[in-house]
Design a binder for this molecule. Sequence first.
Ligand SMILES: CC(C)(COP(=O)(O)OP(=O)(O)OC[C@H]1O[C@@H](n2cnc3c(N)ncnc32)[C@H](O)[C@@H]1OP(=O)(O)O)[C@@H](O)C(=O)NCCC(=O)NCCS
Length: 266
Amino acid sequence: MITKTKRLILRPWVEADAEECYRYAKDPDVGLPAGWQPHTSVEYSRMIINSVLSKPETYAIVLKETGLPIGNIALRFHSDLAEFDDECEIGYWLGKPYWGQGIMPEAATELIRRAFEDLGLQRVWGGYYDGNEKSKRVQEKCGLKHMWTSENVPVPDLGEFRVGHVNCITKKEWQEQRISRFENILDELSAAVKDLDFALEAYEKLKPRLNELKEYYESSLWRKDFEDDGAGRLPKDLKRGVLSEDAVYDLLDNIKELEIRGKNVF
Ligand SMILES: CC(C)(COP(=O)(O)OP(=O)(O)OC[C@H]1O[C@@H](n2cnc3c(N)ncnc32)[C@H](O)[C@@H]1OP(=O)(O)O)[C@@H](O)C(=O)NCCC(=O)NCCS
């Protein structure tokens, strides 16, 4: 499978990636927090590409801008955490020069979507070792919730024991979080465009959120959420605005008016 996000392409690793893989995976700051030894040569990276990185649902994270791989993301099946057939565990690493730009949350959001939507799984697990705040944040941003913490978790590759934290998200939580999130975006946008005098400035700021909302409406996810709502499969405390076509048409009408005004003003 090859999939794209705003800035990234996720595609299977190939042997020719060995040099780029080594460039980032030789850094101890990348491997050690994740529990594996830094790569020692391009040859070693090639061997890892042909073994670990050729497993199912394992993807090179390729930057669209350069066409080169900068990290890895994978769904692992029948791992320590993902015991059952309808579960998986997410794992990832990223080249250090690319840290702090939200790249992993972008890749992980897409792979979690794939786990639930394309692969029909019910649960995505994520683990990180104590002190790995960066990985903790990625999992939080993707909606995974803390389940438990274990002392003395073996790290076989490094021959040591660490404290391990375990997070998880279910398909239901993923759907509910998405709907709540878009409800909030819709509310925010609707409130902003109501007061047309202030709205132009607010609208400019909120445009990226509007685009997100539009993408959601055009995706198969909205259709699925809409159908689940109609069939009574969603919790009662969710507001229905984002799942009603009327609310969106109202918003788009207001925005059209704003845009016309904008043209008159500028
Ligand atoms: C964990 C990792 C994938 C995060 O990817 P990322 O794309 O940088 O993720 P984000 O941009 O969302 O940043 C996550 C957090 O890292 C911290 N961070 C970001 N850039 C940083 C930098 N240059 N130096 C130190 N910390 C930084 C921030 O706290 C950020 O959280 P915030 O957005 O709430 O401030 C990456 O740090 C990595 O590959 N680490 C080594 C391998 C690893 O630990 N893998 C996970 C094993 S469980």
